[in-house]
Design a protein around this ligand. Structure first.
Ligand SMILES: [Fe+2]
Length: 392
């Protein structure tokens, strides 16, 4: 492969995997010297059996849960972060445990920044690498298999007033510990399993096609794609399949490390804009838009899309490079249809609340999304609008 002039790989999060692990965190909490733990979660997770078992498990150790903030909505915003940080500071917490999906984890990152640094997240730390020193320990138990946020340096948080999703990127936002316990994902319904799983697939594919891809991110992205390819339908069909759940959780994590290094591209740019302007859930938007984003990049990534085609068991005999690349896009469309049949996933933007009149505004917002910098082809308005029309 042709190597870029410069790349680096730094994955500081400790990752532990094991069914039932969330109930026994004593050794990990001791390592981190976490004693006064502030839990951030959502109302849905709080009702689940494993949640109370996790809290009880912590309180049996030398540490204690000093408080819980569970008012985290699906597309969490700056106001929620502010509320959480105020409560966490009043409780004099020395560490944070996030238990939930992407919204909870990103909220916890924002809360941790506000609690650990003197300043306001939006005013003082917006942008990239603005934080002056490490934050308090952040432990994450992801309850969905998709965002990879438990290992990334990114927090995507809604600016409620401007209806845009803000991306905070900082090496200090990376969690200290990711606890991958497939048992906590068992109750995810097929729809959520499919949408979060396709978000992870989009992370892996876009990380692999992006301009900052390196042999390190490639290795993780390709392994993530294989594990998702083999397990996403199984996990939707049988939610209690612990092996499929474990594979999806690890794949999501691998894809998270991959895209934390090589970032994502125009597919995520469009998905962020659909989320900010029309409220389309992140995983659903990525599920719909991923094959269109691959098609957008066809001219720039023929060879790499050819690799993905073989990953989807397509034999290249007699096909040109371009035909093989197109087969990779077809394979993702086929996976989309399979998840539509098996998990009720929508396949068009018109099915998820986007109106045709919204498309120009979504295209405009996509152009100013930070992810487009890493896309392998220049992101231009007319072509993004065309992709959105095709996905509509
Ligand atoms: Fe994503």
């Amino acid at each position: 492969m042709q190597l870029t002039d410069f790349f680096q790989f730094h994955a500081p999060t400790k990752i532990v995997y094991g069914p039932g692990l969330a109930r026994d965190l004593e050794a990990e909490l001791n390592d981190l010297k976490a004693r006064r733990i502030f839990v951030i979660t959502d109302n849905h997770v709080q009702q689940m059996d494993f949640y109370q078992e996790t809290i009880d498990g912590i309180n049996r150790t030398g540490a204690q849960v000093v408080g819980v903030f569970s008012d985290v909505p699906a597309n969490s915003g700056l106001k929620t972060v502010k509320q959480g940080a105020t409560l966490g500071s009043e409780l004099e917490a020395d560490s944070i445990l996030a238990i939930g999906g992407g919204s909870v984890i990103d909220t916890a990152k924002g809360v941790n920044a506000e609690m650990s640094l003197a300043g306001d997240l939006m005013t003082d730390f917006c942008g990239t690498h603005t934080m002056p020193h490490p934050l308090n320990p952040l432990i994450v138990i992801p309850t969905t298999a998709g965002t990879g946020s438990e290992v990334t340096l990114v927090a995507v948080i809604m600016n409620e007033e401007e209806k845009t999703k803000m991306a905070f990127v900082d090496r200090y936002l990376v969690p200290n510990l990711a606890v991958l316990d497939p048992e906590v994902t068992l109750s995810m319904p097929p729809y959520l399993t499919a949408s979060t799983g396709m978000d992870a697939m989009a992370h892996a594919v876009e990380a692999y096609l992006g301009v900052d891809a390196s042999p390190y991110s490639d290795a993780l992205a390709l392994q993530a794609m294989v594990m998702i390819r083999d397990n996403i339908v199984k996990a939707c069909q049988d939610g209690q399949n612990i092996e499929a759940r474990g594979n999806m959780l690890v794949a999501s994590n691998l894809a998270g490390v991959a895209f934390s290094h090589s970032m994502v591209g125009v597919g995520h740019g469009m998905a962020h804009s659909c989320g900010g302007l029309c409220g389309v859930p992140h995983g659903v938007a990525n599920h719909i838009l991923l094959p269109y984003a691959m098609r957008y990049n066809l001219n720039a990534c023929e060879d790499r899309l050819g690799v993905l085609a073989r990953l989807f068991f397509i034999k290249g005999t007699g096909l040109t490079g371009r035909e093989l690349a197109e087969k990779a896009i077809d394979a993702v469309f086929e996976l989309q249809r399979e998840l539509a049949r098996g998990a009720g996933m929508p396949v068009r933007l018109s099915q998820v609340g986007v109106k045709e009149k919204d498309l120009p505004e979504i295209a405009t917002a996509t152009l100013s999304d930070g992810t487009c910098i890493y896309n392998p082809r220049e992101v231009v308005y007319e072509e993004v609008l065309q992709s959105l029309k095709e996905a509509f």
